[in-house]
Design a protein around this ligand. Structure first.
Ligand code: PLP
Length: 388
């Protein structure tokens, strides 16, 4: 075993926000031979393990193709580029996401346009989508934040009426469903990150695009590998280097077999949190009834976040904030947003100061879920967030 996992048995033991060491310790007997297989061939980039992972991940998502790439940000950028997004275009997304979503849009030369989110689910408010569409709009990126799917069918309906493509940012939602379809499988393409902390995480950077559009898949396969056209030194167009390592492919193949069980355990923990936190000062973020979620994060809203966060920290309970600054307030993206547009994003603005992510990982024990909930119940804040 390459790692040690020392934990004191007392109740002041740290409860982390996530625990990759616990996962890797359990899986090591399977990870070790998978890693050995790659070293035995020295086929380190886009090798057999990546090819097999692509097939297995596509099957898992009920998509016809998966194209592995360097990371989730590249997956988004490659997908946008492959459907023809470029300078002069606008792409609509939400402001309460990781920077990568908007970064990919800007990297393609396009302008991000933000629509506000639903106050209960914090997912794209589809009722506000149509008013953000202009003559320059080319695509829409709904983000399946925290592992709950935005209503992709409703987005698709509006998109097809306006001749727009839908690219799903499914980085946090491997295995979740929207209207019974797997995250990423409804839009023209679905983009995934296998950053170590994601529900399905590599041991380094990795990502993938899924699609059932054969031509798009071929274009993506070439684009991630220098625009190569079959032969090693023939280049059909200027591509880039965004390839998955065979080591990551081998590791992801081992982990993919556990993903459904891990996601089921995350849902179990979420149910416990909901039961135990009912009547306390925190309000869990809602899941739309069109989605079976995978709880990448379990997020609550609280009127006194900093006080609660500090109190939990003193109890050894680690929390996170995803994300503290909405993208339209970031120096990186503010130049693309007018003051009037930013002022319309009031839900994203208001909730950014209230959200708190609680410990959530499949190995989290029931007694630790209870300890987190008990610590929250003991906090008596002066203010509550207004009821729904
Ligand atoms: C993680 C993440 C990404 C980016 O993935 P990387 O692999 O870190 O590049 C994009 N969008 C969302 C919503 C994410 O959570």
């Amino acid at each position: 075993m390459p790692m040690s996992h020392v934990q004191a048995p007392n109740s002041s033991r740290i409860i982390p926000l996530a625990d990759l060491q616990a996962q890797h310790q359990r899986l090591w007997p399977e990870l070790q031979p998978a890693i050995d297989r790659v070293f035995a061939t020295s086929d380190f980039i886009l090798g057999e393990e990546v090819r097999l992972f692509e097939a297995e991940f596509a099957a898992f998502c009920h998509a016809s193709e998966a194209i592995a790439c360097g990371n989730g940000t590249d997956a988004l950028e490659l997908a946008l580029w492959a459907i023809g997004v470029g300078p002069g275009d606008e792409v609509i997304t939400v402001p309460n996401t990781f920077a990568a979503t908007a970064e990919a849009i800007v990297r393609c030369g396009a302008v991000p346009r933000f629509v506000d989110v639903d106050p209960q689910t914090l997912l794209m408010d589809v009722s506000k989508l149509e008013s953000a569409i202009t003559a320059r709009t080319r695509a829409i990126i709904p983000v399946h934040l925290y592992g709950s799917c935005a209503d992709v069918s409703a987005v698709m309906e509006i998109a097809s009426r306006h001749g727009l493509s839908v690219i799903e940012d499914a980085a946090q939602a491997q295995g979740a469903t929207s209207h019974g379809k797997k995250a990423g499988a409804t839009g023209r393409a679905g983009c995934f990150s296998f950053y170590p902390g994601k529900n399905l995480g590599a041991c380094g950077d990795a990502g993938a695009v899924i699609t059932s559009d054969r031509q798009l898949a071929d274009r993506l396969r070439q684009a991630r590998d220098h625009g190569r056209a079959g032969k090693k030194y023939e280049h059909a167009f200027v591509g880039r280097n965004s390839r998955m390592d065979s080591l990551q492919g081998a590791i992801l193949r081992v982990k993919l077999r556990y993903l459904d069980a891990w996601n089921a355990r995350r849902r179990e923990i979420a149910t416990m949190y909901r039961d135990l936190l009912a009547g306390t000062s925190v309000v869990p973020v809602a899941v739309p009834d069109t989605s079976e979620p995978v709880y990448h994060q379990f997020v609550v809203r609280t009127a006194e976040r900093e006080a609660l966060r500090r109190a939990l920290d003193e109890e050894g309970i680690r929390t996170g904030i995803h994300y503290p600054i909405p993208l339209h307030r970031q120096p990186a993206f503010a130049p693309y947003v007018s003051v009037a547009e930013a002022d319309r994003l009031s839900v994203a603005d208001a909730t950014a100061g209230q959200i708190l992510s609680l410990p959530m990982y499949p190995e989290l024990a029931d007694r630790d879920v209870c300890r987190v909930a008990a610590s929250i119940s003991q906090c008596r804040p002066a203010a509550r967030i207004p009821a729904a």
